[in-house]
Every structure is written in structure tokens, then in C-alpha cells.
Design a protein around this ligand. Structure first.
Ligand code: C2E
Ligand code: CA
Ligand code: CA
Length: 764
């Protein structure tokens, strides 16, 4: 039989008991019937018929006991707990049966009727044989059962002493010894069968748990009465749990914050609806590990006693997920550079075209082709070529905004999609930044390469309304860039290339203009209507370009703002104007100085500080310097309010330039402590005949003066305009009528002039 473990022994024993009881009911009934038949056939021939009836009653009672206990046992729910007692009850029943059967030979053995005597012993032999069918699941019982009958019967037969009885006793003994041997053999066989079955089940379980761990599956069971969940052994390992029983809440804590609610909801819904549900979530299994991705199927189960259980199977699908990701990456990304591949690029472009056409904006497709890549590949080898492509990819990505899309179309071709752009200029600038990579040597092995490329630009919708046409246009533009001597960019539309090139050149020239001292200031007098003399000047910047000559501020202030030069230029203007004012003062010329300041400079962090330093350096008194800002700015944030206030405290005046073109309310401007409103030229232009202009200017002047602002009328070109403004009571006038902006040297002369403002027919 070999040695078996203790736990296995217990299991085997309970299986034995099950087998014994399974057959017991039928056998008890059979034994009662046999007893009845025996009593009715042999009984009348027996010595004491009444005693045989009493015996029958005893045998029936024993059978009844065995039958009832079999019924109870077979319906028992938890046999395991009471197994020991029930085995004992079985044994008692079996021995009682053995004793009562063997007693029959004592109680009503039919003396004097040899045929009945033989029949009776044969019946007893039959009972012994029948016992084998149920008792042989337990070797001990079958042995004792048969021995009891054998011994008691033999004693009785031997005590009778007659020849037949002795012969029957001998026969009986031989028969029982034979049955005993057979019964014990069968019992051994059954026992081994049970052990074998146990082994197989155990083996299957081992197999199952091995399968579980290979498939990274586990399961848990939650008896809803308790707070604890029971985990399968593999799930314990998967989750890194300390024991098989874990608290529900501590389990939930290990679930990723973003997934926890979903898990909770899935459980709730299964509990409520009873319908199976599955949920995917991330689990932080062990301290050191990353998140593992779990797929969980939850089922609700009610057992026969209406107890509620939740059963969950959990599978670690991290590997599957990462494989999915890998497949996704392979389909969408270029393996070498990690950039989007051609397919992904097309998909993105199609999406963006839809998006941009809805929003009525534009998008640009840049087609980049590396110059001389073939030579790099041929001379340095493919590995180096690959490294070069990887480096280039990284650099290209660093030259675009986060929302721009960079793809490798194949070989040494790349593409960039810029969406929601206002005009082609942004594309040109991006192309310029990519071309500027030439200054950054890329180290490949022990070679360093200056990256060169040709870039073609196509704009949606003008250069193509669908993805393929756009890409073809960009490709064609790239080709023309190559034709133009490489390392350059070209728009699909040649005119745009020219425009962009010019603008970019302007930008790069502008960057050098300050260093090269190409700016200068001109001054336009502001005339006081009251005393008909120059009260102050407005400084206006001029750029004298070495090649282009004079460039109007209207053509470079915006650019300077865009490329971030405006603050430096603004500081130069304030300083130059202040120096000029100081020099005039030294000559005895007292003039107010107005300077234009752009919004980004005005709202920059240290603007007030800078003005203060200038104020000290050039000894600027209260009211001598006025900062002109545009109207839109004055409506802006709290930041502007603070700057205005601080300037006011330092005695620096603030004027609102181009007043009337924005929509600022006078009361707000008053709060800002603005000093001056400069009425925009567009209102002055059509005076005095245009009624609406006349009305507007009238209102501005009246209300402005009423609120205590100074008023300057700008762009005054005619006598009629001058007279009209004088009538309205505008205190200052500025415009070509008195003077164009002039060089600083001309100002002292102008300052001496008395301007005739009153109508010629009226005496001054
Ligand atoms: P703005 O501040 O409104 O300056 C007045 C502009 O109108 C000047 O043009 C001036 O020459 C012109 N102007 C003056 N009187 C008349 C007139 O009677 N008729 C006509 N048609 N025009 C007249 P400019 O100098 O070309 O300046 C243009 C704009 O450039 C300025 O408009 C100002 O916004 C900006 N700007 C000029 N200098 C600077 C500066 O130093 N810094 C900043 N940020 N902007 C400046
Ligand atoms: Ca101005
Ligand atoms: Ca103006």
C-alpha cells in the first residue's frame, strides 16, 4: 500500500465511509427480506417458532437502524465534521447485524430436519457473501463481521455434536476462511483504488495550479458575510499577499487610483444584478514592482443555504497588453527613430485636414529630405547612417512645438505637420529652425556631421485639399529647394517663398540693427493750441537699413515683437529720447518727451524699474516723460493697472495712443490714472465735413476734458481740421500741418516758431 500522508489518509477514510454508506440502505432492506423469507421457510421447522419471530423483529430493527442512518448520512451537508461519529455508528450497525445473524443459529436452528439445517447454513453463507459487497470497503469490518458469524455458528454446530452438524461446521469453516480471504483481498483492492483516486485528484490539482501559474490566472472567493476574501494560492503569489485570507479594503487599496472606482462599481453591479461582469485594472502587486494589468471576471453565486458568494477569476494580462502595445507601436511608429511612420502620418494628416477645415484655419506640411545622406551611408556604413537618422529625429522633435507632428516617411525623408497656423510664415520659421540645425554638429562614431536638408512646404487648403495632393505639393516644393542649391526651404507657391525669404531676411537684419546702430529717432512736435507753441515732442523710431534704406516702423515693430526684440528696442528708444531731452534742457529748451512703448515691453517684469533708472540717470522731472501705450492694452489685466499706477506715482505720464479705435471706457482710464488721450488720426482725417467723425471727436474732447484728461489730436494735416479742433477746445494738436517728424537738430528752431492757429480774420 505504501506510505501515505496523514491528510491523504483522512481524505481516503472519508471516501471509504461514503462508499460504505452509499450501499448500506439497499443492503439493510435486502437483509430484512432475507431474514423474513428464512423465518417463514425454516421457522416452522425450527424448535421455537415464536423465538424465530422475535429474532426476525430484532433483525428488522437492526436493518431499520442501518437503513435510517444510511439515509441521514447520505443527506448530510457537512459530512467531514461528523465523519468520525458516523463511521462509529456504521461499525455498530454492522456488528449488531453480524451478531443477530449468528444468533439465528442458536435461537431457531431446525433440529431433526437435515435439509433445513443445510439450508439454514447456506442462507448464513449467502449473508456472509452478500456482506462482501458492502463491507469490503473496510478491511477491519469485513474481517470482524465474518469472524463473528463464523465463530458463533461453528460453536453452535460443534456443541450440537451430531455428525451432520460437525460436517456442516467443517464446511462452514472452510467456506468462511475462503470468503474471509476473498473479502480482505477485495478490501485491499478498494482501498488502493481510493488512494489512487486521491492521488489522481491531488495530481490534477497540482496540474491545475501549475496551469494557473503558467497562465497567470488566479481566483478568489468572497463569502459576503465576512470582510475577508479567500485567494487561490496562485493569486496569493501574483498579488504578493501575506496570506490566503485578505481584507477586501486592503485589496482595493492596491488597485490604481484611477481604476479603483471601476472595480468597485463592477462588484456592486454584479451584486445587484447577478450578471457576470468583467473589469480591467492596474494592480500594484509588490512594493518594488511596476503596475500589473489584471483582467477580472466576477460572478455571483448563491449556495443551497442561500448564502451569497462572489467568485472572481483574475488574469494577469500585462504581457498580453505589452504585446498589444508593441504591435500598435510597430503599426504606428518607425522602429529606428521612434517617430510616427508613414501610415500614422497619413492618418494624422487626414484628421488634421478635417479639423482645420472645420475651424477655417490653415495647416502646413513640411517635407524634409536630408542632403547628402547617401554619402554618409556609403562612407560611414549603414550603422552610422542609422545613428545619424536617430540623432536627426531627436533634434527635429526639439525644434517644433509639442502639438506639431513629426514623422519619418522612410529613408532620409521626414515630414512635419503644423496645424492651426495663421499664415505660411510660421511654417517658414519652423523650416528655418530646422535648417539652423546645421550649426549643431552631430557626432556619429568619431565623425561629426553638420546636418543639411532641403525642405518643401505646402499649405492647406491652397496647395492641396487632400492629404495626397498636399504631400505631393510639399514634395515638389522640396525638389525645387534642392534645385536651388540645397539646404534651404521652398514653398509650393514660389511667391510665398520669395515673401518668406524676404521676411526672414528682415528678421535676421533686424537682430543686427541695434548692434549696427541702424536705428535713429525723429521727433514730431506737439503744439499747444493756447499759446500756439511747441509744448513737447513725440519720439518716433526710424530704421536706416544699409541696403533697403529707410524702413517704416509699421514694417518692423510687429516683427520685432514676434522675434522678441521689442523690449531691447524699446529701452534704446527711451534712453535715446531721454538723453536728447537732457541735451535740449541743457540748451534751455524745456520740452515734454513722449515715447511709444509696445504692450509686451510695458507689461514686462522690470519695466517700471527700468523707467525709474532712466528717470534718475537723466534727471527727469515730474511730467517731463510720457509713455504712449495703445488703447487695447489699457483694458488689460491687473498687471497694466499696477504699472500705470506705479508710473503715476513716479511722475511719469501715461497717454493712450490711437484713442477711439479700441473700446475702452473713459471711467476705467480715469481709474488707471492715465493722463492723456491721443485721438486717433482716422477721426481727424475726415474733419470737419464728415458728420460722424465730427460728432465723435466732439464727444471725446468734451468728455475727456470733463474727466480731466489732456487731449492730443493726432494726424492733423489741414487748417480746417486745426480750426475745428480749436473750436472744440482740444488743447494739443500734432500733425503734418505744423510739422512732420523731424531730426533732433531741427527741433530748437521749431520750438522758436509761433504757430498761427486762430482764424486769419480774427485778431490774436
Ligand atoms: P503712432 O504712435 O500713432 O505715431 C504717429 C504716426 O503718424 C507716425 O508714423 C507719424 O509719422 C504719423 N503722423 C504724424 N502726423 C501725421 C499726419 O498729419 N498725417 C499722417 N498721415 N501721418 C502722421 P510713424 O513714425 O511711421 O510711426 C508709425 C507707428 O509706429 C506709430 O504710430 C507707433 O505706433 C509706431 N512707432 C513709432 N515709433 C515707435 C517706437 O519708438 N516704439 C514703438 N513701440 N512703436 C513706435
Ligand atoms: Ca504714438
Ligand atoms: Ca497714434
Amino acid at each position: 500500500m505504501g506510505s501515505i500522508s496523514k491528510s491523504k489518509l483522512v481524505v481516503t477514510q472519508s471516501k471509504q465511509t461514503d462508499q460504505l454508506y452509499r450501499r448500506l440502505g439497499l443492503s439493510a432492506i435486502g437483509s430484512a427480506i432475507v431474514a423474513m423469507v428464512m423465518v417463514f421457510i425454516i421457522g416452522p421447522k425450527a424448535n421455537h417458532f415464536t423465538i424465530s419471530l422475535v429474532w426476525l423483529a430484532v433483525i428488522s430493527l437492526v436493518s431499520l437502524y442501518r437503513w435510517i442512518s444510511a439515509r441521514i448520512y447520505n443527506r448530510l451537508k457537512d459530512r467531514e465534521k461528523a465523519r468520525h461519529n458516523w463511521k462509529f455508528r456504521f461499525d455498530i450497525g454492522a456488528y449488531m447485524a453480524a451478531i443477530s445473524w449468528s444468533l439465528s443459529v442458536w435461537l431457531f436452528y431446525p433440529l431433526g430436519h437435515p435439509a433445513y439445517q443445510v439450508m439454514m447454513i447456506l442462507v448464513m453463507a449467502g449473508v456472509a457473501g452478500g456482506a462482501i459487497s458492502i463491507l469490503s470497503y473496510d478491511k477491519k469490518i469485513i474481517t470482524y463481521y465474518l469472524l463473528i458469524i463464523l465463530v458463533v455458528t461453528d460453536i453452535r454446530l460443534i456443541m450440537l455434536g451430531d455428525e451432520l452438524s460437525l460436517q456442516l461446521a467443517l464446511l462452514n469453516t472452510l467456506y468462511y476462511l475462503f470468503v474471509l480471504k476473498g473479502g480482505r483481498d477485495i478490501a485491499n483492492g478498494f482501498y488502493e483504488l481510493l488512494v489512487l483516486r486521491e492521488d489522481t485528484e491531488e495530481h490534477n490539482l497540482t496540474l491545475l495550479s501549475a496551469t494557473e501559474s503558467v497562465a497567470r490566472i488566479g481566483y478568489w472567493q468572497w463569502d459576503m458575510q465576512s470582510a475577508n476574501i479567500e485567494l487561490s494560492s496562485n493569486l496569493v503569489t501574483m498579488c504578493g499577499a501575506d496570506s490566503k485570507f485578505v481584507e477586501f479594503n486592503s485589496c482595493l487599496k492596491k488597485v490604481h487610483d484611477d481604476d479603483r472606482l471601476r472595480v468597485q462599481m463592477a462588484i456592486d453591479s454584479v451584486l445587484k444584478s447577478g450578471e457576470e461582469s468583467s473589469v480591467e485594472y492596474r494592480l500594484h502587486a509588490r512594493e518594488a514592482d511596476d503596475w500589473i494589468i489584471m483582467n477580472q471576471v466576477i460572478k455571483r453565486i448563491t449556495d443551497s443555504s442561500d448564502q451569497l458568494f462572489l467568485l472572481g477569476t483574475v488574469q494577469d494580462i500585462s504581457v498580453i497588453k505589452s504585446a498589444e502595445q508593441k504591435i500598435f507601436d510597430m503599426a504606428y511608429y518607425d522602429e529606428l527613430t521612434g517617430l510616427a511612420n508613414r501610415g500614422h502620418f497619413r492618418e494624422h494628416l487626414l484628421d488634421q485636414i478635417k479639423h482645420v477645415s472645420r475651424n477655417k484655419t490653415q495647416l502646413a506640411v513640411l517635407f524634409l529630405d536630408l542632403d547628402g545622406f547617401k554619402e554618409i551611408n556609403d562612407t560611414l556604413g549603414h550603422d552610422m547612417g542609422d545613428m545619424y537618422l536617430q540623432e536627426i529625429s531627436k533634434l527635429l522633435k526639439s525644434k517644433v512645438r509639442d502639438e506639431d507632428f513629426v514623422a519619418r516617411l522612410g529613408g532620409d525623408e521626414f515630414s512635419i505637420v503644423l496645424d492651426s497656423i495663421q499664415d505660411g510664415m510660421f511654417a517658414a520659421e519652423t523650416a528655418e529652425r530646422c535648417l539652423a540645425l546645421k550649426q549643431q554638429a552631430i557626432k556619429v562614431g568619431n565623425q561629426s556631421i553638420l546636418p543639411r536638408m532641403s525642405i518643401g512646404i505646402a499649405i492647406y487648403p491652397q496647395d492641396g485639399e487632400d492629404a495626397d495632393t498636399l504631400l505631393r505639393s510639399a514634395d515638389a516644393a522640396m525638389y525645387s529647394a534642392k534645385q536651388n542649391g540645397k539646404h534651404s526651404f521652398a514653398f509650393y507657391d514660389a511667391q510665398m517663398t520669395a515673401d518668406a525669404a524676404e521676411r526672414l531676411e528682415l528678421e535676421s537684419d533686424l537682430r543686427k540693427a541695434l548692434e549696427n546702430n541702424e536705428f535713429k529717432l525723429v521727433y514730431q512736435p506737439k503744439v499747444s493750441v493756447i499759446d500756439e507753441r511747441v509744448a513737447g515732442v513725440e519720439a518716433l523710431i526710424r530704421w536706416i537699413h544699409p541696403v533697403r534704406g529707410f524702413v517704416s516702423p509699421d514694417n518692423f515693430i510687429d516683427t520685432a515683437e514676434r522675434i522678441g526684440l521689442i523690449n531691447e528696442i524699446g529701452e534704446w528708444v527711451i534712453e535715446t529720447a531721454s538723453l536728447q531731452q537732457q541735451q535740449w534742457k541743457a540748451q534751455g529748451l524745456q520740452l515734454e518727451m513722449a515715447v511709444n512703448v509696445s504692450s509686451s515691453h510695458f507689461s514686462s517684469d522690470n519695466f517700471v524699474q527700468y523707467v525709474e533708472s532712466i528717470q534718475q540717470r537723466y534727471d527727469i522731472k515730474d511730467g517731463e516723460l510720457e509713455i504712449e501705450i495703445t488703447e487695447s492694452m489699457s483694458r488689460d489685466t491687473a498687471k497694466h493697472i499696477n504699472v500705470c499706477k506705479e508710473l503715476h506715482q513716479k511722475g511719469i505720464k501715461v497717454a493712450i495712443d490711437d484713442f477711439g479705435t479700441g473700446y475702452s471706457s473713459l471711467s476705467v482710464l480715469k481709474q488707471l490714472q492715465v493722463n492723456t488721450l491721443k485721438v486717433d488720426r482716422s477721426f481727424i482725417q475726415h474733419l470737419p465735413d464728415d458728420e460722424s467723425s465730427a460728432l465723435m471727436v466732439k464727444a471725446i474732447v468734451a468728455m475727456g476734458l470733463g474727466l480731466g484728461f489732456d487731449i492730443v489730436a493726432e494726424g492733423v494735416e489741414t487748417e480746417a481740421q486745426t480750426l475745428f479742433l480749436r473750436q472744440l477746445g482740444s488743447p494739443y494738436i500734432q500733425g503734418y500741418y505744423f510739422s512732420r517728424p523731424v531730426e533732433a537738430e531741427q527741433i530748437p528752431e521749431l520750438a522758436k516758431t509761433r504757430f498761427q492757429i486762430s482764424p486769419p480774420n480774427q485778431p490774436v
